[in-house]
Design a protein. Structure first.
Length: 63
């Protein structure tokens, strides 16, 4: 995640962050089920989504 993307997360209101969090959690669930089915080719994407979720949670708890 680039600095510009982090700044955008910092400036978002809590409601929008929570909506973004739910979207990323849904994405993570879909990636995990696709991984179990053998459809995922880029497994690093799961790690990226997890890190993004952690960053969003950090900003939510900080506000």
């Amino acid at each position: 995640m680039k600095k510009n993307e982090l700044e955008q997360l910092k400036n978002k209101p809590v409601g929008e962050l929570k909506r973004n969090l739910m979207e990323h959690r849904d994405r993570l669930w879909n990636l995990k089920t696709d991984l179990a089915a053998g459809k995922v080719k880029n497994v690093k994407e799961i790690q990226k989504v997890k890190k993004t979720i952690a960053r969003i949670l950090t900003f939510i708890h900080g506000k």
